[in-house]
Design a protein around this ligand. Structure first.
Ligand SMILES: [Zn+2]
Length: 203
């Protein structure tokens, strides 16, 4: 990993920790004492949320820990409400750094193997701000199910009971059935990005 990439990742995490309410210092991309303390406080709160709201399969847990605490609570409530006899519901994607988002954007483009999986470059997806997660449905044999109708069924099961969550299945321009997110204060990704990068509040 290059020094530049490391700096970018630390800067991203500082923005995340600031949005989570644990970091109130300069966004300098340097992992110092304050960043370290904020990281510890974030992990402690995440563990406490897990104890209070329930724990899930390993893959979901790996992704839930990448979300802001408010979104972690929403995601855990989501999984509890989504429990059903037909499919196991797992969270298969959570927060991505801008660099990870850019890498995803390249899939299916620039001569890379199809399909295209996202229309968002780094900094242009709600997955970049700690508030969004994607679910996957798995049948009794552990097989990944991708049929829209089943994702719609799960959304209809959960959404009436969880008012602070938005569903990508309701989007007009790019319908995204596996996508859910904590409702931000504005639909504008550009505004959310600016708030994220300057330590503002957006959820
Ligand atoms: Zn998504």
């Amino acid at each position: 990993m290059s020094y530049q990439l490391l700096t970018a990742d630390v800067l991203f995490y500082q923005c995340f920790l600031k949005a989570a309410g644990f970091y109130n210092y300069g966004l300098d991309g340097v992992w110092g004492k304050h960043t370290n303390n904020a990281d510890k406080a974030f992990i402690a709160q995440s563990n406490s949320i897990k104890q209070q709201y329930g724990s899930f399969d390993a893959r979901s847990e790996t992704n839930i820990i990448t979300l802001l605490p408010k979104a972690q609570i929403a995601a855990r409530n989501f999984l509890s409400l989504a429990a059903n006899p037909n499919f196991e519901v797992r969270i298969i994607s959570g927060t991505r750094t801008y660099a990870q988002q850019d890498a995803l954007y390249k899939k299916g483009r620039y001569g890379n193997v199809p399909p295209i999986v996202t229309n968002a470059k780094g900094g242009r997806s709600n997955h970049n701000f700690g508030i969004a997660w994607d679910i996957g449905l798995f049948d009794a044999h552990g097989a990944y199910n991708t049929q829209d109708a089943n994702y719609i069924t799960i959304a209809n099961l959960v959404l009436p009971h969880i008012t602070n969550v938005e569903w990508g299945g309701n989007w007009q321009s790019f319908v995204d059935y596996p996508h859910f997110q904590l409702k931000p204060i504005t639909p504008s990704i550009a505004t959310i990005r600016q708030l994220f990068e300057t330590g503002g509040t957006y959820v």
